[in-house]
Design a protein around this ligand. Structure first.
Ligand code: FAD
Length: 412
């Protein structure tokens, strides 16, 4: 019996017979060349079986980070298993920044990008949209480099680990910038509908937290860049908080990034939680659905119509925005999106009941689920066939396929 690993939330026990932790790209190539079935594990922060396999599981976390900044080209290249927090610190120290970050800096770059992980911002694409190149150990163990502009590149970034092991990624960078964060409380629910577009665009990156009950939205977190307009004391009836807040009101805000408008480095404000705080595992599950940003107000009402089936499983919901992109399997493919995120209690039965209710309620808006979170049904993607053809070219024997990819992508 091989080593048994679990994901961050503890709800998935990986079925892998063998777990490998190679220390070099050559070792990754040897493992892949000698295997029938392989999946790559990032930091294991996904909530479903996307990374699972019954055969060989390869963690690329042990590859040297080897962070190389190309100032003239405006890019950085880095080993795929590096965590955003580590990359961000190095970039900031050298005077550079990324366009955005997810709520947690602990996830690996290649793993995050593989599922289309995102932050918030009406003008900001998901984290995969600043990937300028990927080096992939493909199905036969050969190293394949794809760069933005190559014919297949848009299929090779949000790739669910189905094309090969991403050992190196190149990302666009920009000069470092400062961000300040304000939390506003009790946004009148009616104001959200009346002023959704303005609220979503009230800063560089805006997140709303709600339990879908009552006549107010609990909190609005507005992250502004140093070149944005100054923060108002009131946001459509929501007042600036008089102290630090956690998205779940009853929890201690100690581990949240600085609020109250105190400016700080981009990577210490864009995530909601501090890098040095490692969140405990097993206390939540998550789901997230993306619909067109233009449908946001109708989608909010649809969620509220099924709230009696949703709230028994709910800890808190977060609403964010993501600019549309051209990446074939991106949940934001050719659609400016609003993200309806649900942090659940760790009770699979209650969660699936809520997920069913949500998928039914959101069906008129053609929702796309987050690839790394709990969902039941995924829609067909317009470029799904092209992705299947690309997978067949890079991995003709289907070494990197697993049941999740077969079911949700290749079957469609
Ligand atoms: C507390 C918490 C907060 C989160 N916050 C956000 C958020 O703000 N925004 C958001 O969008 N999502 C969020 N997520 C979801 C998370 O970003 C995604 O699940 C992401 O894919 C996790 O990255 P990972 O490195 O852990 O990947 P894993 O879960 O390990 O793997 C995910 C997929 O990537 C593939 N993969 C991993 N590494 C490689 C590689 N080197 N080469 C090829 N394929 C690879 C795997 O095979 C698998 O298919 C959050 C999750 C948690 C637990």
């Amino acid at each position: 019996m091989g080593e048994r690993l679990r994901n961050w939330a503890g709800n998935i026990e990986f079925g892998a017979a063998r777990v490998h932790r190679p220390g070099s790209v050559e070792q990754v190539q040897e493992i892949v060349a000698g295997a029938d079935k392989v999946r790559v594990l990032g930091t294991g922060h996904s909530f479903n079986t996307i990374a699972d396999t019954e055969a060989d599981l390869v963690s690329v976390a042990g590859l040297p980070a080897d962070i190389r900044i190309d100032a003239a080209g405006g890019t950085v290249s880095v080993a795929g298993g590096v965590r955003y927090g580590e990359l961000a610190r190095k970039l900031d120290a050298e005077g550079y920044a990324l366009h955005n970050l997810g709520s947690l800096p602990h996830i690996s770059v290649a793993g995050a990008v593989a599922t289309g992980t995102h932050g918030s911002g009406v003008r900001l694409g998901n984290l995969a949209t600043v990937i300028a190149g990927v080096d992939i150990v493909a199905g036969g163990g050969e190293l394949v480099s794809l760069r933005r502009g190559d014919a297949d590149f848009d299929g090779a970034v949000v790739a669910l680990g189905a094309l090969g092991a991403v050992v190196r990624v190149t990302l666009d960078i920009q000069p470092r910038y400062q961000v300040s964060q304000h939390v506003y409380e009790r946004l009148p629910r009616a104001q959200l509908d009346a002023h959704w577009d303005e609220i979503a665009a009230a800063g560089y990156s805006v997140s709303l937290f709600t339990g879908w009950r009552g006549d107010t939205v609990d909190q609005v977190w507005v992250k502004r860049r140093d070149d944005d307009a100054p923060a108002p004391a009131e946001l459509f009836g929501a007042m600036a908080a008089d102290g630090k807040r956690h998205p779940i009101a009853v929890m201690s805000p100690e581990h949240c990034t600085e609020q109250g408008g105190v400016p700080g480095a981009w990577h210490e404000r864009l995530p909601h939680f501090k890098l040095e705080f490692t969140p405990s595992s097993g206390e939540e599950l998550q789901s997230e659905y993306f619909v067109a940003r233009a449908d946001a107000v109708a989608a909010f009402a649809a969620v509220e119509r099924v709230r009696d089936r949703v709230t028994p499983a709910l800890q808190i919901s977060e609403v964010r925005t993501i600019a549309g992109d051209s990446l074939w399997l991106s949940p934001h493919f050719e659609r400016d999106s609003v993200a309806l995120h649900f942090t659940w209690v760790p009770n699979q039965e209650l969660v699936l009941r809520a997920v069913d209710a949500l998928e039914e309620a959101l069906a008129p808006f053609a929702p796309r689920p987050h690839w790394g979170k709990v969902f039941r049904s995924a829609p067909a993607y317009p470029r799904g066939r092209d992705f299947a053809a690309l997978a067949a070219r890079l991995d003709p024997a289907g070494v990197f396929r697993n049941a999740f990819v077969e079911r949700y992508v290749l079957a469609g």
